[in-house]
Ligand binder design. Structure first.
Ligand SMILES: C[S@@+](CC[C@H](N)C(=O)[O-])C[C@H]1O[C@@H](n2cnc3c(N)ncnc32)[C@H](O)[C@@H]1O
Length: 653
């Protein structure tokens, strides 16, 4: 890959030449701008450069599709997003200066990205030779790294290489600004290297990437070929429902759909909790050809005792030929690198439910996270015994940097062995009882290691698949980190050159005099126009707070955007609510702009303080402590960074 630091040779614009930019039209509501240009070279340079740092903020540059008007070579679309704009203003003047400044400069090297491999759909056939030797007495197992490092299905060095590459990506995320919004570099890097896995959902599939994935999986595997019209499907762990929508959209099949997914806000303290965005789409629930199943306890939790059986009974009269399962939970609730092991019980539940509801010949598609352990391999082994054709598929749209892959198992078998496997899966599922996967993630594998090791056909097919996908994952992660670092470095180098140039030439008023002559436009205020008066609390009500969040977490949440809290009070009633006080109206405004952002695992609501009554301080909330005293506040203050300068090119310093 070409070097990021090659210094561009600078050439001056011809004296008296018109500026490159005709005009800039910014939308503060969306955090973007259109830049209309008369200089074709600057236009093409912007398209190629793809990112820039303007007013200290990382912005993405794309060609604007509008046709050029007289006197224009075309337009660029520059985007940084509303969330960022709420925190730091990117000014029209700075954008104009930036693109005017590019005129006559030489392009840095390396602007065309080179992917480490070509994106492709991957498919691996899995098969086995011998009858499964089942473990009849499941036990609790420890979800520890050695389970992934010592398996025969993936080389230890490859697994460690994967963790190292993930560590690099995490470290990039953790870097503090400047520049602001560095994650944009990451996103652009991924989109440049792996355009299929970097893109969002299509309109037909409800703007949800999951829908694209099932569409692609269906194409790749022939999932829908020969499926009898009018039969039923079960969408397991399917909320919010893009997979159901995709299946119902196959009009020629007139399928009837059923879905089981975890309800938001249910479960005990120790459970993993679904978010509201994971609830079924309202338009699905209104359909007459689709119904949600909620299990015996009404939670929709596949792991809770009785739910699986209850849902199966509701499907007894249905001809279920398809079962699709996309279960998963957010990484941040799982210890680093152990997702595959924490997913074990969910995968087991999904496989069990599929064999319980599918008619003979039925088909099962299920997402997996990695397959390095004996535990996952044992379930894959069961799949090869329960279905005629089994393969693992990774479609192009499945993130190249992620571990996801899909089991596609066609032709559900019947007979004695299938019944015995079902029994063994059922026992293991029941053994988990009401425990959350976060407190009891792993059980001993359902098939003996001796059995797996003795079946050379199976072992070699799983090892080939696991090694190839792991290797690819390592390369993709490292390439994205390298590219993101390159983009940031390149953008900074360009800024340095532009700054140098503006000091030595008089071609522009850049950007120092801008600061003197132009006021930054005021960001839209979330405070009501009539806010004020002596009694007005300079405070917010925060609701939807993660139950594990401490006062410190809340203080740090605001400190992230340089907002200083002067008090935090979490309430017993209503739960998950807090009052947070600030020292100034300016801080209050910035705090309100944090509405809808994630605090730990949950999106929180941040609104102007209003009383609900019945609220008192509590110690019942995990870790809650009054903040008055200062060791805690000091700790936070130490972490605070100086306010972001609003001058251009702070990122280039
Ligand atoms: C990736 S999402 C599924 C997306 C879905 N296929 C779509 O097309 O919109 C994973 C889902 O698994 C659900 N889930 C996680 N654990 C579950 C459990 N124990 N029982 C039921 N659903 C669960 C989550 O709540 C979430 O809705």
């Amino acid at each position: 890959m070409a070097s990021a630091t090659a210094a561009p040779q600078m050439t001056a614009s011809p004296a008296g030449a018109e500026p490159a930019v005709v005009w800039v039209k910014k939308s503060s509501r969306q955090g973007c701008a259109k830049v209309f240009l008369r200089d074709k070279n600057v236009l093409e340079r912007g398209v190629l450069q793809r990112v820039a740092i303007i007013d200290g903020v990382c912005v993405e540059i794309r060609r604007h599709t509008r046709e050029a008007r007289e006197g224009e070579a075309g337009a660029l679309f520059v985007a940084w997003g509303l969330r960022v704009e709420r925190r730091v203003t990117v000014r029209e003047e700075s954008i104009e200066d930036y693109f005017n400044g590019l005129a006559g400069t030489v392009c840095p090297e390396g602007l065309t990205a080179q992917a480490p491999f070509e994106e492709d759909d991957l498919r691996f056939v899995l098969s086995s030779e011998s009858v499964a030797t089942l473990e009849h007495a499941p036990k609790v197992d420890v979800a520890s790294k050695d389970k992934l490092l010592t398996g025969v299905f993936c080389d230890k060095q490859l697994v460690e290489g994967l963790w190292q590459a993930k560590g690099r990506l995490d470290a990039l995320w953790a870097l503090p600004p400047p520049p602001m919004a560095r994650s944009l570099m990451n996103r652009v890097a991924r989109a440049q290297l792996f355009p299929h896995s970097g893109e969002g959902g299509s309109k037909e599939n409800g703007e949800n990437r999951a829908g694209d994935k099932l569409a692609e999986l269906a194409d790749l595997t022939g999932l829908l070929h020969g499926v009898p019209a009018g039969c039923a499907f079960l969408d397991l762990c399917g909320g919010p429902g893009a997979w159901s929508q995709f299946l119902l959209a196959q009009r020629d099949l007139s399928l009837r759909g059923f879905g089981l997914t975890l309800r938001a806000q249910v479960g005990s303290e120790r459970d993993w909790h679904a978010q509201e965005k994971d609830e079924w789409y309202p338009e699905l629930s209104k359909r007459s050809d689709w119904a949600a199943l909620w299990g015996k306890d009404g939670s929709g939790d596949l792991l809770k005792p009785g739910n699986l059986e209850h849902a199966c009974q509701q499907l007894d009269a249905e001809r279920v030929m398809l079962c699709v399962a996309d279960g998963g939970f957010s990484d941040d609730s799982i210890p680093a690198n152990l997702l595959e092991l924490y997913f074990y019980r969910l995968f087991l539940g999904e496989l069990l439910m599929a064999v319980r509801v599918l008619q003979p010949g039925g088909r099962f598609v299920c997402k997996l996270y990695g397959s390095c352990s004996q535990h996952t391999a044992a379930l894959l082994y069961c799949a090869t015994r329960l279905f005629d054709d089994v393969s693992i598929v990774k479609p192009k749209t499945s993130k190249a940097t992620g571990p996801e892959r899909y089991l596609a198992a066609f032709g559900r078998k019947t007979g004695k062995e299938a019944a015995q496997i079902r029994e063994a899966l059922s026992r293991a599922h029941a053994f988990g009882g009401a425990s959350s996967p976060l407190e009891m993630p792993l059980l001993t594998p359902v098939v003996t290691m001796a059995n797996l090791a003795a079946d050379g056909v199976f072992t070699s097919s799983v090892a080939a698949m696991t090694s190839k996908l792991c290797n690819r994952n390592v390369k993709a992660l490292n390439a994205v980190v390298d590219r993101a670092e390159f983009l940031e470095e390149m953008a900074k180098t360009v800024n340095d050159e532009l700054c140098k140039r503006s000091e030595t030439q008089t071609i522009q008023c850049w950007p120092k005099c801008r600061d003197e002559t132009h006021e930054a436009p005021e960001p839209a205020s979330a405070l009501p126009a009539n806010f004020g008066g002596e009694d007005a609390a300079v405070a917010v009500r925060m609701s939807g707070i993660d139950k594990t969040a401490t006062d410190t977490d809340i203080v740090e949440f605001f400190a992230e955007v340089q907002v200083k809290t002067t008090g935090v009070r979490q309430f017993d009633v209503p739960k998950h609510n807090a009052r947070v006080d600030f020292g100034s109206k300016e801080d209050l405004e910035r705090a309100l702009a944090m509405n809808g952002r994630n605090l730990l695992r949950r999106k929180v609501k941040v609104e102007l303080w209003h009383e609900l009554g019945n609220e008192g301080p509590t110690d019942a909330v995990g870790g809650a402590r009054p903040l008055k005293d200062s060791s805690l506040q000091k700790k936070v203050e130490r972490k605070e960074r100086p306010r972001q300068s609003r001058r251009a090119f702070v990122g280039g310093a």
